[in-house]
Design a protein around this ligand. Structure first.
Ligand code: FMN
Length: 181
């Protein structure tokens, strides 16, 4: 995977710290990486981490004070050769399935024509909830690549399904999406 333009969306999961390593892997591979954080993600990890590791400004605000003429969600959407959301919360998954666009990440997902890769991470009950499973099916039917969560210790103290997939699996799904595109 060389010199591709990757947009990484990070949402408000306890697994958000793992996205920092994902950025490092993408950058090490020679890719140009831009990160979008939800307000939820900013509760778990600092924007400075992603700015430094990606070597690019990070998108957070839908309506930034000092804006370029072009809306940020359109800039990110046009830049992306692949859009990957990792970790993806139940909330962002649901918004993507419904086509909601009330923040920078969801607006970019809706505006972007590049392949979409989603790596969900959440508590087992949230993952197995019929609403979440229906949203997964809706997205898969549209051609979205879902990198299924793994099983094991969950940060909420539970054991079960819902852990963010291993980073190698996410990288492989991104590479496959780029190859297919
Ligand atoms: C400690 C903690 C951990 C959380 N971890 C997750 C998680 O792994 N996955 C998830 O879907 N929601 C998780 N949540 C709930 C989300 O942060 C919450 O739904 C938030 O509104 C998501 O916002 P976003 O989707 O815009 O990032 C967690 C909340 C807390 C307080």
């Amino acid at each position: 995977m060389k010199e591709r333009r990757i947009v990484l969306g990070v949402s408000g999961s306890i697994a958000a710290y793992k996205a920092a390593e994902l950025v490092r892997c993408f950058v090490r591979g020679g890719n140009d990486v831009r990160v979008i954080m939800t307000a939820g993600a900013c509760e778990f990890i600092n924007e400075l981490t992603f700015r430094t590791l990606s070597r690019n400004p990070v998108g957070i605000e839908m309506f930034p004070a000092a804006a370029e003429w072009k809306p940020d969600h359109m800039s990110f959407a046009e830049f992306a050769e692949v859009l990957v959301v990792a970790p993806c919360t139940a909330n962002v998954l649901a918004k993507a399935a419904l086509g909601l666009s009330d923040d920078l990440l969801s607006c970019t997902i809706l505006a972007c024509r590049a392949p979409l890769v989603i790596a969900p991470a959440m508590n087992e009950n949230m993952w197995k909830a019929p609403a979440t499973q229906a949203n997964v099916q809706t997205l898969q039917a549209r051609g979205v690549r879902i990198v299924m969560p793994g099983s094991g210790d969950l940060a909420c103290g539970w054991q079960g399904e819902g852990r963010l997939a291993e980073l190698e699996l996410i990288e492989a799904a991104v590479a496959e999406a780029l190859d297919a595109g």
